[in-house]
Unconditional design. Structure first.
Length: 74
């Protein structure tokens, strides 16, 4: 088997690699949000309101960031 040369890598291959990276990051971000949500459940009643707002803002930011990874396409 021969080594790949720069001309062997097509634009489609580069785009596919970028898509795979974004999808992997998106999956990781959504897993992080799910873990934060699970850890926070049941704690809302016993902490001050600012903590709850902070958790909700963080979850919204993570979800928005994950969603933007697939909006652009390439």
């Amino acid at each position: 088997m021969s080594a790949l040369r720069p001309g062997d890598i097509t634009d489609e291959m580069v785009q596919a690699m970028g898509t795979a990276k974004r999808q992997g990051l998106q999956k990781d971000l959504r897993a992080l949000a799910a873990n934060i949500r699970a850890d926070a459940e049941g704690r809302y009643d016993s902490v001050e309101p600012g903590w709850r707002a902070g958790v909700e803002w963080t979850l919204l930011w993570i979800e928005n960031t994950a969603a933007q990874l697939t909006e652009g396409g390439s």
